[in-house]
Ligand binder design. Sequence first.
Ligand code: HEC
Ligand code: HEC
Length: 283
Amino acid sequence: MAGLFIFAALCCALAPPALGKGDAKRGAYLAKAGGCAGCHTEGKKGAVPYAGGRELKTPFGTFYGPNITPHAEAGVGRWSETDFMRALRSGLRPDGAHYFPAFPYTSFTGITDADARDLWAFIRSIPPDSRASRPHQLSFPFNLRYLVRFWKWLYFSPGPFAAAARTATLSRGAYLVGALGHCGECHTPRDFVGGLKRDRLLAGAAKGADGKSVPNLTPAKLTKWDDNELKEFLVVGITPDGDVAAETMGEVIRNTTSQLTPEDLSALIAYLRSLPALADKPR
Ligand code: HEC
Ligand code: HEC
């Protein structure tokens, strides 16, 4: 009898997590925390959400966020949940080809399986749209998808996010900043082939994707604002001096940080406060 019970407990503990059981409502919140709409919706009034066409200029050329609505031909309608999880975790297309890291899977790889499942349930719930994805316009040799394999060897360490020994709040903040919110994709400097300089995590970039500088988020700089001022900036987009955030960050504020629950926003700020202070690099 006891043996049977142990067997039953073991078998259930070892069973793979149920597929297709994601929570679309939770996924909708996670999509905001991940800023998915920004890169996957064309930047004009009345654009269909998630139907792609958003222009993303980089030093390597222009990417266009693809259609990720569940349309069978134009979007991801034929994908399985496993295809989706592999795209986020490993930066791989269902046919095995590599995604360009303009899709920030270097951060999204940290998204937990449970959150990825909820995101997938949300994506399945979006109305399908037939708009075809636009091909990227990249300069040679950055247009060669297979070269991304070598880039990944150098710069990509697959997740999921592991909470280091810290409080639950800091751990949540680290996850929101590092995995879902992908703040480092802009606030961490990159080398000449676009690899993030991990020893300068969130220390700001002299030249962001659009050539303009991105500020340092470590306590070497951010001490100039208290928590309430920081919240005001991340929710409303106004600095303590009354300046309005530049559009690149303005979009992140609109789509992501202003949409976070008060607990998540506090956790995000607590985590930024806990980072090692890195002084700005001389330009
Ligand atoms: C910074 C811009 C950016 C953000 C933010 C972003 N994506 Fe993407 N995504 C891209 C780009 C660019 C591609 C295409 C990459 C390629 O062609 O190699 C892509 C590709 C994809 C694909 C594969 C589509 C296909 O047809 O193969 C999926 C699925 C996807 N993204 C989902 C998401 C989800 C879910 C989120 C939010 C958690 C998200 N993306 C956030 C830029 C982004
Ligand atoms: C697409 C690029 C991009 C992403 C992603 C991004 N930021 Fe920013 N951020 C910027 C830019 C550019 C500025 C400068 C805005 C300005 O000068 O008005 C900025 C400014 C800021 C500032 C003001 C700092 C200061 O000293 O002025 C804070 C705080 C900030 N970002 C936090 C975040 C957080 C938290 C995230 C992740 C949720 C994030 N950012 C993601 C580009 C980005």
